[in-house]
Design a binder for this molecule. Sequence first.
Ligand code: PEP
Length: 242
Amino acid sequence: MIIANWKMNGSKELIKNWIDVVSRDIEINETKECIFCPPTCYLDFTGTLVRKTSKGIKLGSQQFDSELLAPLTGGINSQMLVDIGCEFVIIGHSEQRIHVDESNQILSNKLKTAIEMNIKPIFCIGESLHQKKANQTKDILIDQLDALTSSFVDKCIVAYEPVWAIGTGENAEISYIEEIHSFIKEELRNKKNSTNGISVVYGGSVNLDNYKEIYSSNMVDGLLIGGASLDSDTFTKIYNMS
Ligand code: PEP
């Protein structure tokens, strides 16, 4: 699967142009989902446009709020995402973890709620540079994976996104990605006792120069692309050629 995360970028006009180009040029492969996560305020608009193209581009939200926080002025809950046709939701992105200070309890509740509402979570985990340098990566990942209970393992996509690689132009080396993905898959297997339905995608400065090497690894089940997904041609090329 190839996921476009637009983060806090875009406008109606840019989204419309992107969908026009992507839906014209993309060669959708049923076994490789194409998921577009625009900013929350454009989800409904985007959903209407992607459905019109009949290309099978799926709608994903960059976030929603846990019901544990209700009442919450400005909040968006899972029912609202279902109402506008969202099939995926990013949970635990490092930018949310850092700025909104999401605890494992909140994240666990979000995972449960999304799955109960039939929205597939894209659960992000990853270590900071400081943690990597201190050799704490695996401990951090184990702690983050604690939010994911065994019965949800095969209902989620796990996105390994080293924090130091997000938006920095410095992707992780393929040998490092393979080592960490293999570790994550082993942890997930231990929780679930089977390899069925386990998907681990990589995110962090994926671009036209590095996507091929990363995606071609059999440890990598997909890509989560931020900055490089904003350009419709780049995103389409990465999707078509991966
Ligand atoms: C992201 O924000 O999830 C991401 C992977 O960003 P970028 O591709 O820009 O590093």
